[in-house]
Design a protein around this ligand. Structure first.
Ligand code: NAD
Length: 324
C-alpha cells in the first residue's frame, strides 16, 4: 500500500516512525505546511517530501492525516475527491456536520476511513475482549499534566473523547440523558470536565477528564452483575474480579481472593489479570488500517465510530456551555 503522511508535528513524527517499520507499506511522500520542519524530517528519515498536497495525493493509495483537528475536514475532503483511503487522527473533525459529510463521502466512494481512537488498541482494552462482559456502570478518569498542545479544542474533544469511544465500544445502546459540567481554568476552553451519561438500556457511565492535573492517570472501572474490571490504560493492565456461589467454586484459571458471607450463603471472590498479546498501540492501529485497506475489510474504528464519539462529545460540551 502506497501511503502519504500529512502533518509531521508531534504525533505525525511518531506515525512516520511506525509506518517506516511496517511491512507492505511504502511511504510515497510526506507533506506539512511547515516546509522547513518537513524537509528536516524528510532528510532525517530518508523519505520524499512532496512540494504540495496535490503532488502527494497523486502518488498514493491512502493518506494518514495527522494535522490539527481544525484542518481534518479540508485535507480529508481533498483526499476523498482523489479516491484515497484515509486514516484520520482523532477527533475526526471539529464539527458533527463536517464529520458526517466526510463519512458519507467516503462511504459513497467505498473508501476506507479509520479514525485514530488509539485506546482501542491499548493492551488493557484488547484484554477486555478476552471475556464476555456486559457492564452496568462505568467510572472513567483521564487526568493529564498541563500541555499547551491540543488546547484548540475543549478537554472533552481532546482527552475525554478517548473514554467516550471506549464506552461506546462496549455498549451500542443509544444515549438517553447526559448531565455534565466543566470549567476553563487555564485556557479559553474547558480544561476539566465531568459527565454522567445514561443509556437507553440502563447502563450509566461517569466520565471525568482533566488536562490541568498534577499527575497522569487513565483508568476505567467497569461493573457488571457479578464482575468488576479495572483497566489501567497507562500501564496496559486489565484486572478482572468475579464473585460466584461457593457451591460453584472458583472457575479454572482464576485465583481465589477469599470468601464473603451473606446470611447462611457464602460467595467466593476470585481474580485474574487478563493479558492480551503485547504490542505498541500505534503500530497495531496503523497495521489494522493497512490490513483493512489491503483486504477490503471494515475499519476496526470506523468513520461512523469516530462520528458517534464526536456527537457525544459535542452534546457534553453543549450541556457544559448551557450550565454557565
Ligand atoms: P502538532 O501541532 O504537533 O502537528 C500538526 C502538524 O500539522 C504541524 O506540523 C503543522 O505544521 C501541520 N499542518 C497544519 N495544517 C496543515 C495542513 N493543512 N496541511 C499539512 N500540514 C498541516 O499536532 P499534533 O499534536 O501532532 O496533533 C495532530 C492531530 O493528532 C490532532 O488531530 C490531534 O487531536 C491528534 N492527536 C491524537 C492523539 C491520540 O492520542 N490519538 C494524541 C495527540 C494528538
Amino acid at each position: 500500500m502506497k501511503i502519504g503522511l500529512i502533518g509531521v508535528g508531534y504525533l505525525g513524527k511518531r506515525h512516520l516512525q511506525q509506518l517506516l517499520n511496517l511491512e507492505n507499506i511504502k511511504i510515497s511522500a510526506i507533506f506539512d505546511i511547515d516546509t522547513i520542519t518537513c524537509k528536516k524530517i524528510g532528510s532525517e528519515f530518508g523519505v520524499k517530501v512532496a512540494d504540495n498536497l496535490e503532488d502527494l495525493l497523486n502518488s498514493v493509495d491512502a493518506v494518514d492525516i495527522v494535522t490539527p483537528t481544525s484542518t481534518h475536514f479540508e485535507v480529508a475532503k481533498l483526499a476523498i475527491n482523489k479516491d484515497k483511503h484515509l486514516f484520520i487522527e482523532k477527533p475526526i473533525c471539529t464539527s458533527i456536520d463536517e464529520g458526517r459529510e466526510l463519512v458519507e463521502m467516503a462511504e459513497a466512494k467505498n473508501l476506507l476511513l479509520q479514525v485514530g481512537h488509539i485506546e482501542r488498541f491499548n493492551r488493557a482494552r484488547r484484554s477486555l475482549d478476552m471475556i464476555d462482559f456486559n457492564p452496568r456502570f462505568i467510572e472513567a478518569h483521564r487526568l493529564a499534566l498541563w500541555n499547551p498542545r491540543g488546547v484548540d479544542v475543549a478537554v472533552v474533544h481532546d482527552l475525554m473523547i478517548h473514554d467516550l469511544d471506549l464506552i461506546l465500544s462496549v455498549n451500542d445502546s443509544e444515549v438517553k440523558i447526559i448531565h455534565a459540567n466543566g470549567v476553563a481554568v487555564i485556557s479559553d476552553s474547558v480544561d476539566i470536565a465531568t459527565a454522567r451519561i445514561e443509556f437507553v438500556d440502563g447502563m450509566v457511565a461517569n466520565v471525568t477528564a482533566s488536562r490541568i492535573s498534577l499527575k497522569n492517570m487513565r483508568k476505567m472501572r467497569l461493573f457488571g452483575g457479578r464482575e468488576y474490571i479495572a483497566l489501567d490504560l497507562l500501564k496496559g493492565e486489565c484486572e478482572f474480579v468475579g464473585v460466584a456461589d461457593e457451591v460453584d467454586g472458583v472457575p479454572d484459571g482464576f485465583h481465589p481472593l477469599g470468601d464473603l458471607a451473606v446470611d447462611d450463603r457464602r460467595r467466593v471472590v476470585y481474580r485474574k489479570f487478563l493479558k492480551a498479546t503485547e504490542g505498541d498501540a500505534l503500530r497495531l492501529e496503523l497495521t489494522a488500517f493497512r490490513d483493512s485497506v489491503v483486504n477490503n475489510t471494515p475499519a476496526v474504528v470506523s468513520g461512523r465510530d469516530g462520528l458517534r464519539a464526536l456527537e457525544l462529545a459535542e452534546r457534553i460540551v453543549t450541556i457544559i456551555r448551557d450550565n454557565k
